[in-house]
Design a binder for this molecule. Structure first.
Ligand SMILES: Cc1cc2nc3c(=O)[nH]c(=O)nc-3n(C[C@H](O)[C@H](O)[C@H](O)COP(=O)(O)OP(=O)(O)OC[C@H]3O[C@@H](n4cnc5c(N)ncnc54)[C@H](O)[C@@H]3O)c2cc1C
Ligand code: SF4
Length: 440
């Protein structure tokens, strides 16, 4: 085959285009493969149900720009066959960055899925529920985003300002010191309301406190009552919590920590908020309690000791100790693994079922390795019977009860969600099975 001059010129002319095309196709193939792998892994581990709000992609509209994939900070989306797919549904936290990034409006955010309903309480545009003088702000109302929660906390206080207080000790009791509760607390102070904020944890921050170390928590500024515009970009979890702590101190906010709201009762003046430490008479209640719930307890003797916690914060503090982790989900396994990496730490993982069901494949493999290396003693089909000062009694699969040395117990048994409490106080709750969210 002979090439003449004009053929060669054409080849030279087309070569850069061909090169770009080859690189583009190669890149696409790589993205495709990665997307398939992630989808396969999620399906294998049974991690196919998003926790709350998540995107639904209209594939007939999706143009495969990949803008949503790039925008998602949780890496929950991938491109497969040139279309966006939610390949890691359990990573999605529903903040809607993907929705904003999509150039062709192919994304809709929805509550719940066909299989897994999501309970959303009724809240009107002033953030009042169907029960007069009981308000809801933040993620409990369905919007999962720090900035949105903070805005709603302030707006709810503006609505509460219009309510009369006849003979109550407080204008408002704010429950929860996450972004919604803290912003509401600042607004209540600014408006000179008689307020009190109650937080069940020892510190503020709500869900942010539970983010992985150094996670970027907020990428855009937020405007807060008293403080004004907080010009912070790409701020980490630690920086954001540090900022909130400074605000709490400098503004001397009236927040009581380690106090859990148990119930809210209507009476002739207003509401009696009953907590783990006392009762408060108030005209209004603002529930800013998020959707994470309250840690589920084991309800065994000795659980009220300070050595029992419901979350692992700093594995290093357990160096060289005998630690018991209770639970069978990813958080229990991840806690046990992190502890097992500490020098001379003796870790037991107790789970009442016979196998670890819906956990990430990676965690299951790492746990098997840690067990094989004697770094973790895994006790399936076991039940904690009693927690003593320096030991724990556990009933093993053999039904024999043993007492093992113990300095700390970390219970990762999930949370008790707020729906029963809401229904109990008369707030209407609707279960959504993949229906679109309203804009608040
Ligand atoms: C892993 C993860 C990553 C996330 N990443 C981001 C992100 O990058 N950017 C972003 O904008 N959003 C993110 N979010 C979502 C964001 O954290 C939440 O939308 C936000 O924290 C909601 O604020 P909130 O105040 O409504 O509720 P929460 O932050 O959940 O705070 C509720 C507070 O109420 C307290 N409480 C609950 N019940 C009671 C009770 N009975 N008595 C007393 N106190 C009670 C809780 O202890 C908690 O402190 C993420 C969420 C998770 C889980
Ligand atoms: S809602 Fe947020 S976390 Fe979920 S896919 Fe979209 S950008 Fe990612």
């Amino acid at each position: 085959m002979k090439f003449n001059v004009s053929d060669l010129t054409l080849i030279l002319y087309l070569a850069p285009f061909l090169l770009v095309l080859i690189l583009y196709l190669r890149h696409n193939r790589k993205l495709n493969r990665r997307g398939h792998e992630r989808l396969h892994e999620a399906r294998e581990s049974g991690m196919t149900e998003p926790a709350s709000i998540h995107p639904v992609i209209d594939l007939t509209r999706c143009c495969g720009s990949g803008a949503c994939v790039k925008a998602c900070p949780e890496k929950a989306l991938s491109l497969i066959n040139g279309k966006a797919v939610l390949t890691d549904p359990t990573h999605c936290i529903g903040h809607g960055a993907c929705l904003e990034a999509c150039p062709v409006e192919a994304i809709q955010l929805v509550f719940g899925t066909e299989k897994r309903g999501m309970d959303i309480p009724f809240v009107d545009p002033t953030f009042e529920t169907n029960v007069s003088n009981i308000f809801i702000a933040g993620e409990l109302g369905g919007m999962g985003l720090i900035r949105k929660a903070a805005i709603q906390g302030q707006q709810a206080i503006n609505s509460i300002l219009t309510k009369k207080n006849e003979g109550n000790d407080y204008d408002v009791i704010i429950v929860g010191a996450g972004p919604a509760g803290l912003s509401a607390t600042l607004a209540a102070k600014e408006q000179k309301l008689k307020y009190l904020t109650i937080e069940q944890e020892e510190s503020l921050g709500g869900a942010i406190f539970k983010y992985p170390r150094n996670k970027v928590a907020m990428t855009q500024p937020v405007t807060l009552p008293i403080i004004g515009k907080v010009e912070m970009y790409d701020i980490s979890k630690e920086e954001l919590l540090g900022f909130w702590l400074r605000v709490l101190r400098e503004q001397q906010l009236n927040v009581k920590f380690h106090e859990r709201m148990e119930t809210v009762e209507k009476n002739e003046k207003g509401y009696l908020v009953k907590t783990s430490k006392g009762n408060y008479q108030t005209a209004n209640v603002l529930l800013a309690i998020g959707r994470q719930g309250t840690p589920r307890k084991l309800d065994v003797p000795g659980e009220d000791q300070p050595k029992v916690v419901y979350r692992l914060i700093d594995p290093e503090q357990y160096k060289g100790q005998h630690v018991l982790v209770v639970g069978g989900g990813d958080s229990a396994i991840e806690a046990a693994l992190a502890l097992s990496e500490q020098p001379d730490t003796n870790v037991t993982l107790s789970y009442r079922s016979e196998a670890f069901g819906r956990v990430k494949a990676k965690n299951r493999d790492r746990l098997a390795q840690a067990e094989a290396e004697n770094r973790i003693s895994v006790q399936l089909k076991s039940n904690v019977k009693e927690i003593h000062l320096e030991t724990v009694s556990i009933e093993l699969a053999s039904q024999e009860t043993v007492e093992i040395p113990n300095i700390a117990v970390i219970i990762c048994a999930g949370g008790v969600l707020p729906t029963p409490f809401l229904k109990n106080i008369g707030v209407m709750v609707e279960t959504h099975y993949g229906t679109a969210i309203r804009a608040n």
